[in-house]
Design a protein. Structure first.
Length: 163
């Protein structure tokens, strides 16, 4: 089964919501709705501007993964909305790695210096994944002032983009 990575278009808007919200609510018990995530209602205006972007992992079954890079200025970005359907996680499929590799290649091409991300304490597999990919944990005080902190995020990472 082939997984291809594509830039987001509004053709996939409902599929993105149908992927992300159930993962947040049912798998990780984060009490959030689609309506409480206005960025997902306007992905092109929110993520696909300046040097940011939003990518999808797509199979014949539809959207099975997402990742976004929000341009926060000063050659810095925020990695957001990384979600992979449970049936497409792990080394066997490599979906998360494909998405992250796409984002990192874009960041290098667009001359980012650093990428930051925040995550909850519950996403243990995500912590291991980011650490394996050379993201280093940082404390809140080390985050750029323009980094968009989410209330649920308690663990933060930084990645130095190499030319």
């Amino acid at each position: 089964m082939e997984i291809r990575i594509e830039q987001y278009t509004d053709l996939y808007k409902q599929q993105v919501l149908d992927l992300i919200v159930p993962i947040q609510r049912e798998e990780f018990n984060v009490p959030i709705t689609a309506a409480e995530q206005p960025d997902l209602q306007q992905i092109p205006d929110f993520y696909q501007k300046d040097n940011g972007n939003f990518w999808l992992a797509i199979t014949d079954a539809g959207v099975v993964g997402t990742i976004a890079l929000l341009d926060i200025g000063h050659q810095q970005g925020a990695l957001r909305k990384m979600f992979v359907h449970r049936d497409y996680r792990g080394k066997e499929h490599g979906t998360g790695q494909l998405l992250l590799n796409t984002l990192l290649a874009w960041a290098q091409q667009k001359e980012y210096a650093e990428i930051y991300l925040g995550t909850t304490e519950k996403f243990l597999a995500a912590h291991r994944f980011y650490e394996k990919n050379n993201f280093k944990e940082v404390i809140v005080d080390e985050l750029p002032t323009q980094f968009p902190r989410m209330a649920v995020d308690v663990k933060f990472y930084r990645y130095g983009v190499q030319p």
